[in-house]
Ligand binder design. Structure first.
Ligand code: AMP
Length: 397
C-alpha cells in the first residue's frame, strides 16, 4: 500500500507560501451555534504548525448539505469565530469560495496569518469534482494540504481535484489515520482481531473479504451476524436476515476455515418481541430464537467469548455496534465490547461512526490507540480501497 508513504506538511517548505488546507469543519450547529467543536480542535496541530512556519494559511471545508449557492445557515462564519478563539489570533472570513472576496483576502495574507473560505459546497461543482472549479480553488494557493479524513473517500474538487494543480501533501490528522490503520493492516501486532457489527452484511462485505486475509480472529456481531447464523442452519426468528446474502455468508464461513481464521459469531442473543425500546426481552441461544422474536443484542455468553479473544489480541480493529445500542435494553453488548477493547493491551483502532460514538460516550476515548475521524472513509480504508483524497497526495521518494 502506497498510502503509508505520503508526503506530509513537514516534507515541503511552507514558509511564506499560500497553503490551501482542506479541513473537516463539518460541525454540528444549533441555532447558529456550534454544539461540539471537536473537529475544529482536532485540526489545530496542522494549522498551528503552518502558522509557526510562517505559511499563509487558507482553510476550507464543507458544512452540512447546502443545495446550491449561498445559504446563511450553512455559512462557515461560526467556525471562523471559534477557530480564532482557539488559535488566539484572528481568522479572516471570506464571503465566498473562489470569488472576489476569497481572492482579495488570499492575496493580501501575510506570513502566519489565517483565513477561512466559505462553505465549498455552496458550489455544486465541488461534489462533481469539476476541473474548472478545482483549478480556480487551486489558484488561491501554492501548496495543497488535505487534512480531512472524513471526506477522503470522496473525489471532490477540494478533497482531490485541486491536487491536479498544486503540490499536495497531508496534514497531521490524515497522516495519523494512514499510519495507524495502514500499519495495522500491513504489519499488525498479532493476534490481530477484527470486530465487525452493524445492521447489514452487504455494507461490510468488502471489509470482511479484505480482513479475511489479514486477521487471526474475526468477530461478527450486530444484525449482520444473523445472516451467518441462518446460513449455518440456525433458527433466527424475526432477526435481520439478508436472504440474498446467505450463500455469500456460507462461502465466507468456508473461507475462514480454509484460511485458518477463527470466525466468532454470537452464541446467545438478547431477543425482543418487537423492535421497540420497551419490548419484552429474553436471553436465548443465538441459533434458536423463537418465532416472533428477534435478536437485538449479543447475549452475556457471547460477550464473554468475544472479550476473551479481545483480551489476548495484539491489535484490535472495531467497526459497527453489537446490537441496537440506541435503545438501553440492547446496548450492553456494544458497551461490553467497548470496555473489553479499552482494557486490552492491544493496539486498538476504532473505525468512526457508531462504534466511535459509543466509545467516546462511555468515556473510553483516551484508552484507545486511535479513533478514526471518518466512518465511511475508515471503512473503505479497511476494505483496502485507495481513497481519492489520499491517492492524490505526493509520495515520498
Ligand atoms: P451500521 O450503520 O451498518 O454500522 O449499523 C448500525 C445500526 O445497526 C445501528 O443503528 C444499530 O441499531 C443497528 N443494529 C445493530 N444490531 C442490530 C440488530 N441485531 N438488529 C437490528 N439492527 C441492529
Amino acid at each position: 500500500m502506497t498510502s503509508l508513504n505520503k508526503k506530509s506538511i513537514e516534507d515541503i517548505p511552507v514558509t511564506g507560501k499560500r497553503v490551501l488546507v482542506r479541513c473537516d469543519f463539518n460541525v454540528p450547529l444549533k441555532d447558529g451555534k456550534i454544539t461540539n467543536d471537536k473537529r475544529i480542535v482536532e485540526s489545530l496541530p496542522t494549522i498551528n504548525y503552518l502558522v509557526k512556519q510562517g505559511a499563509r494559511v487558507i482553510l476550507c471545508s464543507h458544512l452540512g448539505r447546502p443545495k446550491d449557492g449561498f445559504a446563511p445557515e450553512f455559512s462557515m462564519e461560526p467556525v471562523a469565530q471559534r477557530l480564532s478563539q482557539l488559535l488566539g489570533q484572528p481568522v479572516a472570513m471570506a464571503k465566498d469560495v473562489i470569488g472576489p472576496s476569497a481572492k482579495e483576502l488570499a492575496s493580501s495574507l501575510q506570513d502566519g496569518q489565517v483565513m477561512l473560505l466559505e462553505n465549498v459546497r455552496f458550489h455544486k461543482e465541488e461534489t462533481k469534482n469539476n476541473p474548472e472549479f478545482a483549478k480556480e480553488l487551486a489558484s488561491l494557493a501554492e501548496i495543497y494540504v488535505n487534512d480531512a479524513f472524513g471526506t477522503a473517500h470522496r473525489a471532490h474538487a477540494s478533497t482531490a481535484g485541486v491536487a491536479d494543480y498544486l503540490p499536495a501533501v497531508c496534514g497531521y490528522l490524515i497522516q495519523k489515520e494512514i499510519q495507524v490503520m495502514g500499519k495495522a493492516l500491513e504489519n499488525p501486532k498479532r493476534p490481530f482481531v477484527a470486530i465487525l457489527g452493524g445492521a447489514k452484511v452487504s455494507d461490510k462485505i468488502g471489509v470482511i473479504r479484505n480482513l479475511m486475509d489479514k486477521v487471526d480472529t474475526l468477530i461478527v456481531g450486530g444484525g449482520m451476524a444473523y445472516t451467518f447464523i441462518r446460513a449455518q442452519g440456525g433458527k433466527i426468528g424475526n432477526s435481520l436476515c439478508e436472504e440474498d446474502k446467505l450463500e455469500l455468508a456460507s462461502r465466507l464461513l468456508e473461507q475462514a476455515q480454509a484460511k485458518k481464521v477463527t470466525l466468532l459469531l454470537p452464541v446467545d442473543a438478547v431477543a425482543a418481541d418487537a423492535f421497540q425500546a420497551d419490548a419484552n426481552t429474553q436471553v436465548v441461544a443465538a441459533n434458536a430464537i423463537p418465532d416472533g422474536w428477534m435478536g437485538l443484542d449479543i447475549g452475556p455468553e457471547s460477550l464473554k467469548l468475544f472479550s476473551q479473544a479481545i483480551a489476548k489480541a495484539g491489535t484490535v480493529v472495531w467497526n459497527g455496534p453489537m446490537g441496537v445500542f440506541e435503545m438501553p435494553k440492547f446496548a450492553a453488548g456494544t458497551q461490553g465490547v467497548a470496555k473489553a477493547v479499552a482494557e486490552s493491551q492491544a493496539v486498538s483502532i476504532i473505525g468512526g461512526g457508531d462504534s466511535a460514538a459509543a466509545v467516546e460516550s462511555l468515556g473510553y476515548g483516551d484508552q484507545m490507540t486511535h479513533i478514526s475521524t471518518g466512518g465511511g472513509a475508515s471503512l473503505e480504508f479497511l476494505e483496502g480501497l485507495e481513497l481519492p483524497g489520499i491517492a492524490c497526495l505526493e509520495n515520498r521518494e
